[in-house]
Design a protein around this ligand. Sequence first.
Ligand SMILES: [Zn+2]
Length: 76
Amino acid sequence: MNQRNQTVKEPGLMCPVCGKFIPTSVAELLSCRGLDCPSCGLHLEINRAQSQKALEALQQLDRAHKRVNSTSRFNR
Ligand SMILES: [Zn+2]
């Protein structure tokens, strides 16, 4: 595994075929249209029932990011 110290936590997932990171957004995940791997072209269907916990975690991450952004905007 090639683990780099990434400071930016992008929402996304690992491609089960080629192992590359597939960046996505919470909105994209929630839209239920599925994802395409940019490396190998695999189309992933999002099973919302099975991904419920992961989606909730991503939503929390998204909310936390927005909170940080608005906080830094207020504290200048
Ligand atoms: Zn792939």
